[in-house]
Ligand binder design. Structure first.
Ligand SMILES: Cc1cc2nc3c(=O)[nH]c(=O)nc-3n(C[C@H](O)[C@H](O)[C@H](O)COP(=O)(O)OP(=O)(O)OC[C@H]3O[C@@H](n4cnc5c(N)ncnc54)[C@H](O)[C@@H]3O)c2cc1C
Length: 412
């Protein structure tokens, strides 16, 4: 079959894009140096975050900034030697998080998140992957009454504004809902709309199998070898040279290397994150964020996956899993946590932009080149949504969401 579109990167975003293009009749080849779903889309907490209508803003209150700067918050860790390089991006992230600017960003973000369940639902049904999915939400839990009260009123307001369902659960209700908890907690926000999966990489792999079953091809190749040859885009893959009219860059945390080599200077940076599995599910019924320690506890088929918040470091710096060590300790207070399953933790990176929105749409200076990356904390949630939107743009259809807030042109 003639390849019309090369999709570079087979994470949730690339696979979501490939499926949506194929559904619209395009001949698509998916290219990755690994098998689908083995990188960031494997290592996340596996939540389809329907509640995430507000992207993670840069903290602007002095108390939080001080806690982060002095290493007293487990939400964030940073390498001092990376800060000089990251400073320009962090300064722009800070500016974008100013209340008036942030309100517009959150509005555009919510427009994408709104569709995450319906888009995943459709692919989950077609890929017959229903057994991987739980449809009963997740919880944010609070250890202090003060933090719980503040979070409860903020969550209720967000839920009302966006038509989301959330239950505010006090100490007893939470203990009844999660009997494995070993100590009483102040309370929980139970977001009921989100879905979660027992193996995020396996869901990507099932989507990729569906794509192949329907005639799509997957090849191993190095995206850095992409070249423009006249009106075509070509790449040397393991199976030989591939030419296509269109190429989509969906390389998650590695997108910057390729876009830079093509002359783009997009304000991208990565927030690293760790996970480790522990024996058994420790009895936990739903994923739970222990907000006091920034630790997400996700029951997975391999065991309980404990994931961490953001680490600011050079992309090639060695692992420094201090947040995970603290998260393990704090989780042992909450649950009867078994032994770690892996010898060492998994390390990955959330691909971020300075204004918290993904970069999606036509590459401003190259005909036939398209972008779909920068999904930060919610790429597992958003892959099928932005995949559909990009497929509609490539095919010249009327897009189901206004794409203008996400175009690369916004960065000049
Ligand atoms: C700890 C943690 C928890 C998270 N939890 C959640 C969550 O619960 N819900 C949620 O929605 N999101 C979550 N995220 C974010 C989410 O995982 C990412 O936004 C998402 O996986 C990004 O998907 P992607 O397809 O853009 O990138 P990836 O999944 O990283 O895919 C990029 C692909 O590009 C390939 N590639 C790279 N370079 C090359 C090359 N040169 N040649 C060929 N191929 C190449 C890689 O092999 C990879 O397959 C979390 C992230 C972390 C780190």
């Amino acid at each position: 079959m003639k390849t019309e579109v090369l999709v570079l990167g087979a994470g949730m975003v690339g696979v979501g894009t490939a499926l949506a293009l194929q559904q619209r009749g395009h001949a698509v080849t998916l290219v990755d140096r690994k098998m689908p779903g083995l990188e960031t889309s494997y290592g996340n907490a596996g939540i389809v975050q329907r509640e995430a209508v507000q992207p993670y803003a840069f903290p602007r209150d002095l108390a939080t900034l001080l806690r982060v700067a002095t290493g007293r918050s487990n939400d964030v860790n940073y390498h001092v030697n990376a800060m000089w390089q990251l400073l320009p991006s962090l300064a722009r992230y800070w500016h974008a998080s100013a209340p008036a600017t942030y309100a517009g960003i959150a509005q555009a973000y919510a427009k994408l998140v709104e569709h995450c369940i319906s888009e995943h639902r459709s692919w989950i049904e077609q890929a017959a992957a229903g057994e991987l999915v739980r449809q009963d939400g997740w919880r944010q839990v609070y250890r202090s009454a003060r933090a719980f009260d503040a979070a409860a009123s903020a969550a209720t307001a967000v839920a009302q504004r966006h038509g989301l369902q959330c239950a505010v659960q006090g100490t007893k209700e939470l203990a009844a809902a999660e009997p494995a908890l070993r100590i009483p907690l102040a309370g929980a926000i139970h977001w009921m709309d989100p879905w979660s999966v027992s193996d995020p990489g396996e869901l990507v792999s099932r989507y990729a199998k569906l794509f192949i079953l329907r005639g799509g091809s997957f090849v191993h190749g190095d995206a850095m070898r992409l070249q423009q040859q006249g009106a075509a885009w070509s790449i040397e893959s393991e199976g030989g040279r591939l030419d296509a009219e269109h190429a989509v860059i969906a390389l998650g945390p590695w997108a910057d290397a390729l876009t830079r080599s093509l002359g783009y200077r997009l304000p991208l940076f990565n927030k690293r994150g760790y996970h480790r599995h522990y024996e058994g599910h420790a009895g936990l019924r739903l994923p739970m964020l222990d907000t006091a320690y920034g630790a997400m506890l996700a029951p997975m088929s391999r065991g309980l996956r404990v994931t961490t918040g953001a680490e600011f470091a050079r992309q090639d710096a060695g692992p420094t899993p201090v947040q995970l060590a603290r998260a393990e300790q704090s989780t042992r207070e909450l649950l009867d946590l078994g032994k770690p399953i892996e010898a060492s933790p998994w390390l990955g990176a959330r691909p971020c932009t300075v204004d918290m929105k993904p970069v999606l749409g036509r590459a401003p200076r190259h005909k036939g080149l398209w972008f779909n990356f920068g999904h930060a904390h919610q790429g597992f949630t958003l892959g099928p949504v932005t995949g559909r939107l990009l497929a509609e743009l490539i095919g010249g259809e009327t897009p189901f969401i206004d794409p203008s807030p996400y175009l690369a042109d916004r960065f000049g």
